[in-house]
Design a protein around this ligand. Structure first.
Ligand SMILES: [Zn+2]
Length: 270
């Protein structure tokens, strides 16, 4: 499942193929993904020039000189393919640039989405309005997180997955960061000591940055035909490693919180 680093890698991978390019043709191959494609998507994007790409939480944003912003979410299984010939069964959106490049949004399970907003997307796109700060931004620091967690009795893991507290963090990265900061995922958020919050914030940034760096190192592959953006092998500390050894010598356990697996080390995470 694509998380923030995959989306960041995807945006970086698409940028050289789209930024500054005029869109020759935009075609949807079916009416919907998780929800319908905007009915005027092709009309508003065709002939426009892409002015830049960006990311907010797990959304990628493609902006045009018409002040339209196409906002895509990769859902469970989405990815962009570059220069891959004729669209296949699961290629649902096809973009051809005036430079002769073809980009296709590939999404076998169709939990992704594509929206189009006019004007500043941070204001115009409803899903962005309630989002907390970007985890890699300076606004996300220990002072902010301490304030956000004050008085909250929910488990720290649930609070970090709450998109209004911090934007775009997924299950894997929360498990990894809590292990790095030696915090039990079940601990009430308000009871996490300030000294541990001061470790948690850089841990979150570090796990995300390591994955973005790993993704970046695979970007060269995307220039090849059939290149698929956004997925890369990872070496996790605890995620998916139930029964294996933590670096402290403890044994990694798996529990279920809010219906999702949590991997952690009961020995060092308190
Ligand atoms: Zn441990």
């Amino acid at each position: 499942m694509p998380e923030l680093p995959e989306v960041e890698t995807t945006v970086r991978g698409l940028t050289p193929h789209l930024a500054g390019q005029r869109l020759l043709r935009v075609s949807t191959m079916r009416p919907d993904l998780r929800r319908p494609f905007p009915v005027d998507l092709a009309q508003r994007l065709t002939g426009a020039t892409v002015t830049g790409l960006s990311r907010r939480a797990k959304y990628g944003i493609v902006s045009t000189d018409r002040d339209d912003h196409m906002i895509f979410h990769l859902g469970m299984s989405g990815s962009w393919r570059i220069g891959a010939g004729e669209p296949g069964k699961h290629d649902h959106l096809v973009i051809d640039t005036a430079a002769g490049q073809r980009l296709m949004l590939h999404d076998p399970r169709r939990f992704g989405s594509v929206d189009l907003v006019a004007g500043d997307p941070l204001i115009a796109f409803p899903a962005f309005v309630t989002l907390g700060p970007e985890p890699l931004s300076d606004a996300f620091d220990a002072a902010y997180l301490s304030r956000a967690l004050a008085g909250r009795r929910a488990p720290i893991k649930a609070m970090l997955l709450d998109q209004t507290v911090v934007a775009g963090l997924g299950n894997i990265y929360v498990c990894e960061a809590l292990n790095m900061a030696r915090i039990a995922p079940t601990r009430a958020a308000a009871d996490v000591p300030k000294a541990k919050i001061a470790l948690l914030v850089p841990a979150i940034k570090a796990v995300l940055e390591a994955s973005i760096a790993a993704g970046g190192s695979t970007l060269r592959d995307y220039k090849q035909p059939d290149g698929e953006l956004g997925y890369f092998a990872k070496d996790w500390r605890v995620y998916g490693r139930e029964g294996e050894a933590c670096e402290c010598g403890g044994t990694i356990a798996r529990i279920v919180q809010s219906g999702r697996s949590t991997f952690y080390c009961p020995k060092c995470q308190r």
